[in-house]
Design a protein around this ligand. Structure first.
Ligand code: MTE
Ligand code: MO
Length: 197
């Protein structure tokens, strides 16, 4: 299996300012995890695309699997080192959908009603994956079953759990926490916690 270590791990300032190391992931969710039946699960890709697609769970398992090791930085100031995820690189999606060149940003839609946004170049970075395993087991319900976006270079509220929709946008716009005062980008090394940082 292809292995990716997020290049951030090799930085001298690997622990972002104002963070401390934690040995585990703390559960932070806007609601109880949704009930999911993989037979009915679909990942919908829509918005600024030539033709929308709806991927089944089987389609998802057909992408080349990759293993990602990345530190996880929560805006509430804990960082968990070297979390291992297995999934597929977001850039694989370019093989199944034609994205219009008007697409500048992405809104991630989750089954619990959560949303989060990021610029398209961050979404397609090499160390960004859609994960279905956490430390070699299916992602536990509270940590994002069945599919979770992992964006190592941004605060972890951008790593949406229970992902079911990827919407390409003409311009970046705020998702759930971004509408409630969190930073539109959320780069931990720039301490972009709140919208006025
Ligand atoms: N669908 C969904 N994704 C989400 C959230 C959520 O409430 N719903 N919370 C976010 C926040 S604020 C954080 S800090 C991380 C927490 O991940 P964890 O619960 O696996 O530690 O998930 C992010 N992704
Ligand atoms: Mo968070």
């Amino acid at each position: 299996m292809k292995k990716i270590v997020s290049p951030i791990i090799f930085r001298k300032d690997r622990l972002p300012p104002g963070q401390h190391w934690s040995r585990r992931l703390y559960i932070l969710s806007i609601s109880e995890p949704p009930d999911i039946d993989l037979n009915n699960y679909r990942l919908k890709i829509f918005g600024e695309v030539e033709k929308e697609v709806s991927l089944t769970w089987e389609d998802i398992l057909n992408f080349e699997p990759v293993e990602l090791i990345a530190d996880f930085h929560c805006v509430t100031r804990w960082s968990c080192p070297e979390v291992k995820w297995i999934g597929f690189q977001t850039k694989e999606l370019k093989n199944v959908v034609n994205i219009k060149n008007t697409a500048k940003a992405v809104m991630i839609h989750s089954l619990d009603g959560y949303t989060t946004n990021l610029p398209i170049e961050y979404f397609f970075d090499d160390d960004v994956i859609l994960a279905y395993k956490l430390f070699d087991n299916p992602i536990p319900p509270d940590n994002g079953y069945p599919l979770r976006l992992i964006v190592p270079k941004l605060y972890s509220w951008k790593s949406a759990k229970h992902v079911a929709g990827i919407e390409f946008l003409k311009e970046n716009k705020p998702g759930f926490w971004e509408q409630r005062g969190y930073h539109i980008l959320g780069d931990p090394w720039k301490e972009q916690r709140y919208s006025d940082d």
